[in-house]
Design a protein around this ligand. Structure first.
Ligand SMILES: NC(=O)c1ccc[n+]([C@@H]2O[C@H](COP(=O)([O-])OP(=O)(O)OC[C@H]3O[C@@H](n4cnc5c(N)ncnc54)[C@H](OP(=O)(O)O)[C@@H]3O)[C@@H](O)[C@H]2O)c1
Length: 291
């Protein structure tokens, strides 16, 4: 009988932490769909995945995940291909200046929260078909810098990248924990994984202006953190995706060392989760993607 490799999707899988995660999965026998925007980068990433696997294990699928319309189309296409054993929602980022997505949503909210929210929604049935399956949502210690207030799309006052991304990651962490409870009966485990700081392309664009003034004295220390090797940052996502010790478990945060780390759970409460649920529905409706 032919043995098929389990199928995984890694968003932003053609560079940075996503590519390192994909390489680790390829070495462990997975078939990979790498999602990114740039065709050349996609081709180069697939070649590296194939080399790591020692066979043809990778393919590139192009999508701009900051667009909810493109994200939904991507999800529907992938869902049409049948069972999916692993979804790594790795896409995300932090920028110095405020940006907007094609649908007019502040970019860190669009890329760190709404896009993985929509993609997961379109792929839930495919993940259930391949159960036991896993979803890994890549989070960040920036959560600790977030203002956990979700009564407006964005908080009033100046835009600071760290706080904005922290708030979007906090929203997605609350959603991740809530989703874990909902998907448990369908055999889908849902984890958040913190990669820790690493010297990726996104990290290279950051300046001291991402920090609220009170944190600026710590810039040199923070900059040192984001010079860490990228390969090591895949340990958390890889453990969440493949560690047999996580089998049958769900709703956990896996730290950068690859083990359960409860630090970020302190920032989530039932009240915050409910506020995030309402806020998310309003943002999606405003962007033309309500249910
Ligand atoms: N780096 C850190 O220090 C750090 C720390 C904590 C958490 N994280 C989290 O780790 C995850 C990965 O971060 P990273 O630093 O590796 O990011 P990165 O350097 O920006 O990752 C590059 C990858 O992202 C893809 N990408 C960027 N924008 C995209 C878009 N709009 N649509 C589709 N693909 C897109 C790129 O594809 P193209 O080349 O085609 O654009 C490439 O594959 C994020 O969720 C981030 O928040 C990172």
């Amino acid at each position: 009988m032919t043995q098929y490799a389990p199928r995984a999707v890694v968003t932003a899988g053609t560079g940075g932490i996503g590519l390192e995660t994909a390489l680790g999965l390829a070495r462990r026998g997975w078939d990979l769909t790498l999602v990114g925007r740039d065709q050349d980068r996609g081709g180069a990433a697939v070649a590296r995945v194939d080399e790591a696997a020692g066979r043809r294990a990778g393919r590139f699928v192009s999508a701009d995940l900051s667009s909810l319309a493109e994200t939904r189309r991507l999800g529907e296409r992938l869902a049409g291909e049948g069972g999916l054993a692993l979804l790594v929602n790795n896409v995300g980022g932090m920028w110095t200046e405020r940006r907007e997505s094609p649908e007019g949503v502040e970019m860190s909210i669009a890329l760190n929260h709404l896009s993985p929210y929509v993609l997961t929604g379109t792929l839930t049935d495919a993940l259930a078909e391949a159960a036991p399956s896993r979803i890994v949502n890549v989070t960040s210690s920036a959560v600790a810098a977030a203002q956990g207030v979700f009564d407006a799309a964005e908080p009033p006052g100046p835009h600071y990248g760290l706080a904005a991304t922290g708030r979007a990651k906090l929203a997605h962490l609350a959603h991740t924990l809530e989703l874990a409870g909902r998907l448990r009966p369908r055999g889908i485990s849902v984890f958040a994984a913190d990669p820790g700081a690493a010297a990726t392309d996104n990290a290279a664009q950051m300046t001291v202006d991402i920090l609220p003034p009170a944190l600026r004295p710590h810039w040199e220390e923070i900059k040192k953190g984001v010079s860490a090797p990228v390969a090591a940052a895949a340990a958390g996502p890889l453990a969440a995706a493949t560690d047999p010790a996580m089998e049958g478990r769900t709703g956990l945060v896996i730290g950068s060392g690859g083990t359960v780390d409860e630090t970020l759970l302190a920032f989530v409460s039932p009240e915050l989760t409910e506020a995030v649920r309402v806020w998310t529905a309003e943002l999606l409706a405003k962007a033309g993607h309500g249910s």
